[in-house]
Structures are given as structure tokens and as C-alpha cells.
Design a protein around this ligand. Structure first.
Ligand code: HEM
Length: 142
């Protein structure tokens, strides 16, 4: 799903905000307090920062070259079940990120971003269907 709007939403956020991580995690833990316990070992915030960078790069690949992002996300959904993160909790992260960007952008958030983020979140939901955590085989669709 190529989308310049998604790319621009990240670029504008980077101009407006030096580090998205504190905002994303404050929102995640505020709205879904049960997710905070997973990071209890992450005293410095390094794992949180690194994970966010992985998520952003994966999403930029999904809306860009489409080489690895979808498979990475599907594989991580399975890996995270090993950490105790449910598929539903895993999916929360994407909507939390989108809501944070929208907040940071304020007036600069446009209809195209709203539409493309909604489409992207719907794709992610579809790929990560709560009863379906299979990693897609190369060439498979849907
Ligand atoms: C609310 C949802 C999520 C929770 C609670 C969560 C939790 C965690 C935790 C606790 C770690 C550190 C694991 C360790 O001890 O090494 C981690 C690492 C990681 N997570 Fe998540 N995660 C979530 C969503 C996601 C999503 C959506 C992705 C998508 C790609 C992702 C990708 C990763 C990656 C790649 C790492 C390894 C980072 C590194 O060590 O450099 N996570 N996650």
C-alpha cells in the first residue's frame, strides 16, 4: 500500500518532536495500563526506543518498498506471544502510534493522512487477525 501521506506524517512529526517514544509509551500505558508491565525490565527505555524504531521502519517499508515490513510484523506478532503480549495487545501499538502522530501534527494532520492511516491500520488488522497468526508465505496474498 504505497502512501506518501504516511511518510510525510512521520517526517512532520520528526520536525516537531525530537523523540516520539515518550509520547507513544505515555499514551499506550495511559490508555492500556496492562501493557506497562511488559517493560518492567527496560529500566533505561532502550528496549522501548528500539522497538518503536523497528515499528516505524517496518511501517515505512510497508508503505514504501514492501520488502520486509509485513513479514517482520507478522513474525514479531508470534514472537511477542512468547513474551506474553496477546495479538490484540500487539495490534494496539499501531493505533497508539497513529494517534500520537495526529496529536503531534495538530493542524498539519490532513484528510489524506487520516484516510491512509485508517487503511494501513485495517491492513495490519487483517494481516494480524486475532485467530490467525500464521506468517504469510512468500507470494501469498490477503
Ligand atoms: C503493545 C504492544 C507491544 C508490547 C507490549 C511489546 C513488548 C515488547 C517488549 C517487552 C520488548 C522487549 C523484549 C526483550 O526483553 O528483549 C519488545 C521488543 C521488540 N518489539 Fe515489541 N511490543 C509490542 C508491540 C510491537 C510491535 C507492534 C512490533 C512491530 C514490529 C514490535 C517489535 C519489537 C521488536 C523488533 C523488538 C526487539 C527490539 C530490540 O531488542 O531491538 N513490538 N517488545
Amino acid at each position: 500500500m504505497p502512501s506518501q501521506h504516511i511518510v510525510v506524517s512521520f517526517e512532520l512529526a520528526a520536525e516537531r518532536c525530537e523523540d516520539l517514544a515518550p509520547l507513544v509509551y505515555a499514551r499506550l500505558f495511559g490508555e492500556h495500563p496492562e501493557t506497562e508491565v511488559f517493560f518492567i525490565m527496560d529500566r533505561t527505555g532502550a528496549a522501548r526506543g528500539s522497538m518503536l524504531a523497528w515499528v516505524i521502519n517496518a511501517l515505512l517499508d510497508v508503505v514504501g518498498e514492501g520488502q520486509y515490513g509485513r513479514n517482520l510484523i507478522q513474525a514479531e506478532a508470534v514472537n511477542h506471544q512468547g513474551l506474553g503480549v496477546s495479538p490484540a495487545q500487539f495490534r494496539l501499538f499501531f493505533a497508539t502510534l497513529a494517534a500520537t502522530l495526529k496529536d503531534v501534527l495538530g493542524e498539519a494532520w490532513c484528510e489524506g493522512m487520516e484516510r491512509d492511516w485508517a487503511d494501513l491500520l485495517a491492513d495490519l488488522d487483517r494481516w494480524l487477525g486475532s485467530n490467525d497468526n500464521r506468517v504469510a508465505l512468500p507470494g501469498s496474498t490477503g
